[in-house]
Design a protein around this ligand. Structure first.
Ligand SMILES: [Zn+2]
Length: 234
């Protein structure tokens, strides 16, 4: 078990190092711009076709298993943040999966958990709601504090120090990001006269909220989720 954890940590480090090299090779100027504008600017737009040129296996890993690769891409980006005590998250935002985009009405179970891009017409936009992104937990037994990026990891149940089930979330110290739900459908001209029957729910996060309004036609890249609360995250 311990060995497996070490292997995972090593694997994670290798992937992060690859992203560090990728960013400095292809995106140095954009990186400088991002961190000059930080924390107002928090997202770096990254073309998957550049990643394919850099490392084809890493690119296909990103598309097939974004929940494994994206947190590493984000962690690598955070490691380059020159701002000490940086609190706000930075986002590695990939676009341009290259492959032909499916119609929204054809998006099925084969895409669950994968990164995909959709040519979308925005039809609805809801209010902005906050969500905990970094959970801070304190052990009521030994007082040790654990921080968990809830995007990448599950909520901890056992204190890593004393191994007791005595963790309590400190909501005052947990960090929140904004979320906004929108609904999209296939653009009308692509439906060739047939009526749109299928809408997909998309959750926009942090600096992406309020970037689109109903009527906009946008290419959205995200991970398809089966959970009704988060069907598609861009
Ligand atoms: Zn403890």
């Amino acid at each position: 078990m311990a060995e497996e954890t070490n292997d995972n940590a090593l694997e994670a480090k290798i992937i992060e190092d690859k992203f560090l090299e990728f960013y400095s090779t292809y995106y140095q100027a954009k990186l400088d711009e991002l961190y000059l504008g930080y924390p107002k600017k928090r997202g770096l737009m990254l073309d998957i076709r550049d990643l394919e040129r850099f490392d084809i296996d890493l690119a296909s890993g990103l598309i097939e298993t974004p929940d494994v690769i994206l947190p590493r891409a984000r962690a690598a980006l955070a490691r380059l943040n020159p701002n000490p005590e940086a609190k706000q998250p930075v986002h590695a935002r990939f676009f341009g999966t290259g492959a032909g985009m499916p119609m929204i009405q054809d998006v099925g179970s084969e895409y669950i958990g994968k990164l995909l891009a959709l040519d979308s017409l925005v039809v609805k936009r809801a209010e902005i709601t906050p969500k905990v992104s970094i959970g801070v937990f304190k052990c009521t037994f030994c007082n040790s504090v654990t921080k968990v990026e809830l995007e990448a990891e599950a909520e901890p149940e056992i204190c890593p120090q004393c191994k007791r089930r005595a963790l309590k979330q400190l909501s005052g110290e947990s960090e929140f990001v904004n979320l906004q739900r929108i609904a999209v459908q296939d653009p009308l001209e692509k439906l060739k006269g047939s009526t749109p029957t299928w809408q997909l729910e998309v959750w926009l996060e942090d600096d992406m909220v309020n970037t689109v309004t109903p009527g906009d036609r946008v290419e959205i890249t995200g991970v398809l989720r089966i959970k009704p609360r988060k069907s598609f995250r861009g």
